[in-house]
Design a binder for this molecule. Sequence first.
Ligand SMILES: *[C@@H]1O[C@H](CO)[C@@H](O)[C@H](O)[C@H]1NC(C)=O
Ligand SMILES: *[C@@H]1O[C@H](CO)[C@@H](O)[C@H](O)[C@H]1NC(C)=O
Ligand SMILES: *[C@@H]1O[C@H](CO)[C@@H](O)[C@H](O)[C@H]1NC(C)=O
Ligand SMILES: *[C@@H]1O[C@H](CO)[C@@H](O)[C@H](O)[C@H]1NC(C)=O
Ligand SMILES: *[C@@H]1O[C@H](CO)[C@@H](O)[C@H](O)[C@H]1NC(C)=O
Ligand SMILES: *[C@@H]1O[C@H](CO)[C@@H](O)[C@H](O)[C@H]1NC(C)=O
Ligand SMILES: *[C@@H]1O[C@H](CO)[C@@H](O)[C@H](O)[C@H]1NC(C)=O
Length: 638
Amino acid sequence: MAAGVLLLVVVNFACFSGHLVSGERSFSIDYKNNCFLKDGEPFQYISGSIHYSRIPRYYWKDRLMKMYMTGLNAIQVYVPWNFHEPVQGVQNFTGDRDLEHFLDLANRTGLLVILRPGPYICAEWEMGGLPAWLLQKPNIILRSADTDYVQAVSNWLAVLLPKMKPWLYINGGNIITVQVENEYGSYFACDYNYMRHLQTLFRFFLGEDTVLFTTDGNTDKEMTCGTLEGLYATVDFGTDTNITEAFKRQRRFEPRGPLVNSEFYTGWLDHWGDPHAVVDAQKVSRVLGEMLTMGANINMYMFEGGTNFGYWNGADHDTRFRSVVTSYDYDAPLSEAGDPTEKLLAIRDVIKQFRNIPSGPMPPATPKFAYGFVTLKKVGNVSNLLNTISPFGPVKSQYPLTFEDIKQYYGYVLYRTTLPRDLSEPTPLISPLNGVHDRAYVSVNGVFLGLLQRDTMLVMNVTGRQGDTVDILIENMGRVNFGSKINDYKAREQSPGLLSDLILGKDVLKDWEIYPLDIDGAIAGGWPHSDSWKTSPAPREPSAGPSFYMGTLQPNGLSWDTFLKLNEWTKGQVWINGMNLGRYWPARGPQQTLYVPGPLLSTTLPNNITVLELEGAPAHLRVLFMDRPQLNATVEKS
Ligand SMILES: *[C@@H]1O[C@H](CO)[C@@H](O)[C@H](O)[C@H]1NC(C)=O
Ligand SMILES: *[C@@H]1O[C@H](CO)[C@@H](O)[C@H](O)[C@H]1NC(C)=O
Ligand SMILES: *[C@@H]1O[C@H](CO)[C@@H](O)[C@H](O)[C@H]1NC(C)=O
Ligand SMILES: *[C@@H]1O[C@H](CO)[C@@H](O)[C@H](O)[C@H]1NC(C)=O
Ligand SMILES: *[C@@H]1O[C@H](CO)[C@@H](O)[C@H](O)[C@H]1NC(C)=O
Ligand SMILES: *[C@@H]1O[C@H](CO)[C@@H](O)[C@H](O)[C@H]1NC(C)=O
Ligand SMILES: *[C@@H]1O[C@H](CO)[C@@H](O)[C@H](O)[C@H]1NC(C)=O
C-alpha cells in the first residue's frame, strides 16, 4: 500500500516536467502524465465554489476579486435550472439571473470556470435545482430516463448549453471543464440510459473536445452508479476522510489522469433546530496542503456560500424532514456577507506554497452598520387580506390540492373550509399519512388554534360551531434536495400542500376553497406601504396566527450591509424594499439574524419593511438592525 502511494506521488510530480506548447487554446486531460493540460502545459487548479444565485448581482465582482486575491485560479459554479425557468418554457437570464454576466466578470477577474449545469445540482437548493413544475406529472421519476423528465431536460439543455459554448476555454472563454449531473451515484435510480442521454446532449451542444466529468461521494457504490465511460470520474470529500484512500478510490475508476476532489468541504450547512456547523480552519488548511502536495486538483466547497433568499432553501429528509436555514454562510472562507475570514487567510498561506498569488492587499470587508430598532405595526392577518394577496381568488375543490396542482410552486397557500358540526369538546384534527407538507397554521373564525407539522406534529385540537370558517395556511419550507427520501419519491409525496384529507373527529374535511397567495407580487406592487394612508380598521396590536406587519427604516444617507434580528418573533418571512430576504425562525435557531445587502437600502427614501409572522409577534413589535450576524444561538430541538 505504501509503495502504491509512493508511485502515485512520483507519477504526479512527473506531470510537471514540461510539455510542448501548441500555441492555440486547448484544455484536455493528459492520461500519460496524470494531469490536466492547458494550452499544452501541465495545469493544476485550485478552485472555490460560489453560487451567483445566492449573491446579489451588485456584489458578484467583489466576491470574485476576493477569491482571485486568495490565489485561486478557478471557480466552480452551479446553474440552478429552477432559478432560470420558473415557468415551463420561459427562461430568465437577466438581472440576478444573468449567468453570462457572471462568467464575464470571472473572466475579467482572471478566474477560470468549472461549470456544473446539472440538470440536478443538489446544492441544498430548493428541489436540488429541479423546477417544481416537473411534478405536475404525478408519477414522474426524476433523474431517470422517464420520457417526460428527459423531454424537459432536453429542452432546457438546448437553451442553456448553446449559451455556454462560446464561454468554453477552447472557444475563447473561461470554462475549462463541465460536470454532467451531480453525485448521481447517490441516487437510487442508477439509470445508465439517463446518464448516456445526458452525455449525448452535452457532447452535441458543447462538442467533442470539452472535458466532461462526474463527481461522486467516495464509496464504490456511488462511483459505480455515478460514473460513465467518456465522462472523467472525480470524487468529493471533506477533512475527515483519509485522502490516500479517497484518491485510491478515484484511481479504481480512473487508473490514469489527474486526481480531483471536486468538493472539498471547508464548512457545512445548517438546518433549523440543529446545532450550528463549523469546520476547523487549521484542519482545512492542513488537508488542503496535503492534497496539493499530491498534485491533486481541488475545488473548495464552499468558498463563498451566500444566502438562500426568498424561498430557495432546500431540505433534507433522512429520519425526518429538516429544512435548510436562510443563511448559506457555510462557515466558508468568505462569510455570507463576503468578508474575508481567518480561514481564508490560512488557506491563502497554503496556496502561496504552490503558486504565485497576486500581489496587493486583500480587499477589505464591506462596511456594516447598526441602524438600530424599528417598531412595526400590524397590517392585518392573512385571512383578512385575501383581496390583496390572492387577487384571482380561490380554486374550489372537494378534496385538497397540492401547490403544483394550482401552479403555485413556492411560499404559502391558504386552504379554507367550514366546520361540519358543532365541536364543543376539543376534537382532534389529524393529518393521517403525514399529509401536511410542510407546516399548517390553523385558525377557526379568526382565532389561531395551533399548528401541524410534517413528520413531528400530526394532531391538534379544534373547537367551534358548525359552519365556522376553518383557515389553514400551508407553508412550503423548501423541497427536499438530497437524501434517502429522494430515492423513491413520487411526485405527490414530494409536493407541498395538503397531500391527504384532514380528519376532524369523525369527519373528513371537504369542499375546500384554495387561495393561491401572491405575497411577493403584492409587495412588488408597493403594498402595504402604498396603502398606509388608508385608515384601516385592523387592530394595530400583535395577535396570534399568520399576520402582516409593516414599518419603515428611515434613510440616514448610508446603504451599508446590516443584519436584521427579529428578537422574540416566532417564525416567518421578511421583505425589505420588495426583496424577499428569506425565512426567520429565532424560536428554533440556530440562525438569529438575516443578511440585508446594503445596496438594497435607499439613502434618501424610507426603507419599507414587511414581515409575515406565522405564529405570534412580541408585544414590543420591534426589529433590530445590527452590524454583525448571529448564526449560532440556543436551539430548540424540533
Ligand atoms: C428575471 O429575473 C430578474 C432578476 O431576478 C427579475 O428582475 C425579472 O423581473 C425577471 N424577469 C421576468 C420576465 O420574470
Ligand atoms: C476572457 O478574457 C480573455 C483575456 O483575459 C479575453 O481574451 C477573452 O476574449 C475573454 N473571453 C470572453 C468570452 O469574453
Ligand atoms: C490513510 O490510509 C492509509 C492506508 O491506505 C494509511 O496508511 C494511513 O495511515 C491513513 N492515514 C491516516 C491519517 O489515517
Ligand atoms: C383577523 O382579523 C380579524 C379582523 O380584524 C379579526 O376578527 C380576527 O380575530 C383576526 N384573526 C386572527 C387570527 O388574528
Ligand atoms: C386534546 O384535548 C384532549 C382533551 O382535553 C387532551 O387530552 C389532549 O391532550 C389534547 N390533545 C392535544 C394534541 O392537544
Ligand atoms: C416605500 O414605500 C413608499 C410608499 O409606497 C414609497 O413612496 C417609497 O418610495 C418606498 N421606499 C423605497 C425605498 O422604495
Ligand atoms: C454555539 O453556541 C453554543 C452555545 O453557546 C456553544 O456551546 C457552541 O460551541 C457554539 N458552536 C459553535 C460552532 O460555535
